[in-house]
Every structure is written in structure tokens, then in C-alpha cells.
Design a protein around this ligand. Sequence first.
Ligand code: PQ2
Ligand code: NAD
Length: 283
Amino acid sequence: MVSDAPQLSGGSLLIAWQLRNKHVLIVGGGEVASGRIESILVADASISLICPRAGLHPRSRRLIEQHPDRITYHDRVFSGPGDLEDIDMVLTAIDDVSRSREIYSLCRDTKIPVNVADIPDACDFYFGSQVRDGPLQIMISTNGESPKMSAMIRRRIERCLEGYEGEAIAKAGVLRQQLKERAPGVGGDVGRRRMRWMIDICNAWEMEDFTLLDDEMIKRLLDEGWEKNIVPSVEDVGGTSRRASRRREDPEASTLSIVLPSLGAFLAGAAFATLGLMLKRRR
Ligand SMILES: C[C@@]1(CC(=O)O)C2=NC(=C\c3[nH]c(c(CCC(=O)O)c3CC(=O)O)Cc3[nH]c(c(CC(=O)O)c3CCC(=O)O)/C=C3\N/C(=C\2)[C@@H](CCC(=O)O)[C@]3(C)CC(=O)O)/[C@H]1CCC(=O)O
Ligand SMILES: NC(=O)c1ccc[n+]([C@@H]2O[C@H](COP(=O)([O-])OP(=O)(O)OC[C@H]3O[C@@H](n4cnc5c(N)ncnc54)[C@H](O)[C@@H]3O)[C@@H](O)[C@H]2O)c1
């Protein structure tokens, strides 16, 4: 029997791990490690980096120079359990499999989550391909099956995005924050009404229009929308919808966008009809 139920096994947990103020040890400073350094800096953690200077990739060297307050660099090889003291997470990217496995088992013993770049079975978690635009973070994972295809799908996703999404999300974040300050409390009736109102605003507005939100508009949205339990339009709170204004700026483009597809469909239809007629005549 065929089941519609989602497959509840064989995957991994996709989460946005909060690393602010945590301390991450990175062993190795080559090309792979340089990507790890960037991923960890983005997450606002501090880094201890252990790698002989001669092995540093130029990108790792640059990051060490640019962030001396966030990266503590040690010009040497990994020296043993002492290097794991007060460490919340370990990432290794070294060209030495037996040393990698050794670091992995030390981490297991002390229950520190660890990623060993080239040994999937010695990883508590895998990295994925990343698309980032401010607070928007998209991770593509093939669960270890094909990292190259993760990168290819990343490029497809990048082509689909329009460029304003990160800013729109950041502005929605400011609105949510101010809404929570105005109507505080976790759960209960207020929580339910707050969530309903945010969902309604997000559904009613074009995502792009959230980029217009400034302090004044947010105040009006809360005064005239939240307080009266209605969903004002962008224009109601003093803005001009980006999509609407683009249509006004370029009326020909919008006319053409309606006319051209219809014309195309008409011509295609006519071509098929003619072809059909010709084939009939031949028989
Ligand atoms: C996504 C990305 C993120 C990142 O590293 O930040 C990432 N690998 C990337 C690229 C890449 N890595 C490799 C190639 C060569 C082509 C190929 O093999 O496909 C390419 C492509 C290239 O370089 O273009 C070689 C490779 N990778 C792993 C092994 C070991 C093994 O599989 O045994 C081997 C040696 C295999 C061998 O010896 O044959 C293992 C892992 N690599 C992962 C992540 C995790 C699973 C990700 C997932 O599930 O999708 C996992 C399990 C562990 C981990 O590293 O966390 C990043 C793309 C970033 C981007 O461009 O967006
Ligand atoms: N997971 C992935 O996406 C992925 C992709 C490509 C390669 N790899 C694997 O990851 C590993 C790292 O790749 P790379 O291209 O960055 O290699 P690399 O050779 O450029 O860098 C390895 C670094 O580790 C340092 N190192 C070696 N032993 C050390 C030790 N004991 N302590 C501290 N530092 C040490 C070296 O000095 C060098 O800087 C390789 O084994 C590679 O096969 C993984």
C-alpha cells in the first residue's frame, strides 16, 4: 500500500544554532577552515584557531588580521585535551585523518559537539551550503550525500531571490519587537491576537513593501492597525507600495506584460491550427 505520510527517518535535524558569546575551537587554517571561520564569525561566537602559520590559507590570514578581538590565533599544532578547556564547539579541517579521529574522540569524551570536515562518521553535525541576506539564512543540506549538489542548489536559490528579502525581514523584525513592547506577555489572549495580527499583515502586504517601514510608519501601523485591530494598507500608513509605483513608472511595461503573453498564445494557437489544416489536407 502506498502511504502519503512523510518519511520519518534518514534525515538530520535542521536548526539555527545560537552561538552568541560561545567559544569555538577551529583546528586547521586551510581553505576549508577559512570557510568555517566565516560561518562562526557570522554567528557572533569567539574563536580559538590552532594551525601552524605556514599552513594558513590567505583568507584565514586575512580574517585573523581583521578580527584580532574575536579570533585568538595559536601558531602551532593541536596539543591535546588542554586545548578543549572552556570550548563549546570544535571544528577540525586538517589533512591528518588519525589526528582528526583523535580530536573527535576527545570531544566525545567531554561531550563537546564536533565537526570533522572530511570524516562524516566523526561529525555530530554537518555544514551545508548557505544563502545569507541579513537575517535570512537558508541552508541546503544533502545529508552528506552530495556536497557539490548542495552548492548547485544554492546557486538556483540565489537566482530565485529578488534582493529585498533580507531587508524586508529585518523591518518585520523591528515591527514585531515594537509590537511585543506595546503588548507584552508570552502566550495567552494577547499572544494569540499578536500572532494573528502579524500573520494578517504579512499576508496582506507585499513582502517588498516591508522595506519601506521606518519609525514613523511603524508607529502609525501600531496606532491605526494594532490598536484598532485592523490591517491598514501601505498607503494608509503613509507609504507607496513599491510594486504599484513601479507599475505607474512604466505603464508600457505593464501593458506589454498583459498584451504579449495573449498575443503569443494567439499566434501559437493560429500556428497549430494552420499546421493541423495542412496535415489534414496531406492525408
Ligand atoms: C556544503 C559544503 C559546506 C561547507 O563545507 O561549508 C560542504 N561541502 C562543500 C563542498 C564540497 N565538499 C567536497 C566537495 C568535492 C565534491 C563532492 O565530493 O561532492 C565539494 C564541492 C566543491 O568543493 O566544489 C568534498 C567532501 N565533503 C565531505 C567529504 C567527506 C565525505 O563525504 O566522506 C568530502 C570528500 C569526498 C571524497 O573524498 O570523495 C563532507 C561534507 N561536506 C559537507 C559540506 C558536509 C555535507 C553537506 C551536504 O550534506 O550537502 C560534510 C558531510 C561534512 C562537513 O564538511 O560538514 C560545501 C559547499 C559550499 C558551497 O559552495 O556552497
Ligand atoms: N568537508 C568539506 O567540505 C571538504 C571539502 C574539501 C576537502 N575536505 C577535507 O578537509 C580537510 C581540510 O581541507 P583543506 O583544503 O582546508 O586542507 P589544507 O591542506 O589546505 O589545510 C589543512 C590545514 O591543517 C593544518 N594542520 C594539519 N595538521 C594539524 C594539526 N595537527 N593541528 C593544527 N593544524 C593542522 C595544516 O597546517 C593546514 O593549514 C582535508 O582533509 C580535505 O580532504 C573537506
